[in-house]
Design a protein around this ligand. Structure first.
Ligand code: TK8
Length: 339
């Protein structure tokens, strides 16, 4: 009798424990997610995509699988965005800057010198303003889950150290396919040319362009040191990456499946930012060891660049809407005052 009772209790307990698993099993179907990205597998982007993939597998009990496809094998950012909108691809991560053609509010993140440090970037991107910008995506056929850190961008070129804006004169500089970047570098005096990232290495190698700008991590992982001599520490803009889902596909997922993706995306964001910051801190020395000549830009010269670039701010305000622009400035003012 005693054993019967004990086994009954055990069975009841097992049933209780299994209930959430049962509902999970029903709500989560086998899914294959094609996840594209632009950098190579050894990059911070590649590492974070792998973390995302393993989180998705874990949280879905092995049912949802991520097939990570890097090095722009599914095309540059803009092409993958279209594939997501059309439903031919499920997910991607890429720059917010290349998304402005689809969702103009993204241009907010192109504002030169918007953030003074990563803490400000995290607070704004993960707060109500970042969410407001993400909320504009569904009407365009995309769902934005989280922002990752691409990072503060710095200049490289094969001609000369850039210590002031005037040094950019005549330098053919690749920029992302984005008007704010194009205007910003024209304003500073460079001969700015938009090109997809996937074509950048060979453009630098063949001297189709003389220079480019990207965070230290990317300069290192994409081996730009093989084709560029000078790094100038300008930190001219903080650029985010954004994890995107095809809305067509997302709408067909259960709430439980959507939660798996969002939770995994948040875990990947936290991992990615930490990993990227650790790598960035070491990258300058590695770039020097690879033979690059690194120069700081004097604060007074950075301030002059900044002044020149305030001209592009009016255009950004107009395209993202003055309400959003003013709200962002106010939030930053508040953050800075609370220090
Ligand atoms: C990768 C790009 C890259 C960006 C660029 O697909 O294009 O320079 O910084 O990270 O989005």
């Amino acid at each position: 009798m005693k054993t019967v009772r004990r086994s009954l209790v055990a069975a009841a307990a097992a049933l209780l424990l299994a209930t959430p698993l049962l509902s999970l099993a029903q709500d989560i179907k086998p899914r294959l997610i094609r996840f594209g990205y632009g950098l190579n597998e050894q990059s911070n982007q590649g590492r974070a995509v792998r973390l995302f993939a393993s989180e998705v597998e874990k949280l879905s009990g092995g049912k949802m699988k991520v097939r990570a496809i890097g090095a722009a094998a599914l095309g540059p950012d803009t092409q993958m965005q279209q594939a997501l909108i059309g439903g031919a691809q499920e997910m991607m991560v890429g720059s917010t800057a290349t998304l402005v053609g689809i969702s103009k509010e993204m241009a907010l993140w192109d504002t030169p010198f918007l953030f003074n440090n990563a803490k400000e970037a995290d607070a704004i991107l993960d707060g109500p303003i970042g969410q407001k910008v993400l909320d504009k995506l569904p009407e365009k056929g995309l769902v934005g889950l989280v922002y990752w850190e691409n990072g503060f961008r710095n200049l490289t070129n094969s001609k000369r150290p850039v210590t002031k804006a005037e040094d950019l004169d005549g330098i053919k500089l690749r920029v992302m396919q984005n008007n704010v970047y194009l205007e910003s570098f024209k304003t500073l005096g460079a001969n700015a040319v938009p090109l997809p990232f996937s074509e950048l290495f060979s453009a630098l190698e063949t001297k189709t362009v003389d220079g480019q700008e990207n965070p230290f991590n990317t300069i290192l992982s994409s081996k730009f040191y093989e084709v560029q001599k000078y790094v100038s520490v300008t930190n001219h803009v903080y650029s985010p990456w954004i994890v995107l889902v095809s809305k067509k596909w997302w709408d067909g997922l259960s709430k439980a499946e959507q939660k798996v993706l969002l939770d995994a995306a948040k875990a990947s964001r936290d991992f990615e930012r930490k990993d990227t910051r650790e790598e960035a801190a070491k990258a300058v020395n590695e770039l020097k060891a690879k033979g690059m000549q690194v120069n700081e830009v004097a604060p007074a010269e950075v301030a002059r660049m900044r002044d020149k670039l305030t001209r592009v701010n009016a255009g950004i305000g107009a395209s993202v809407g003055m309400d959003l622009w003013n709200e962002t400035q106010a939030a930053l003012g508040k953050l800075r005052a609370s220090k």
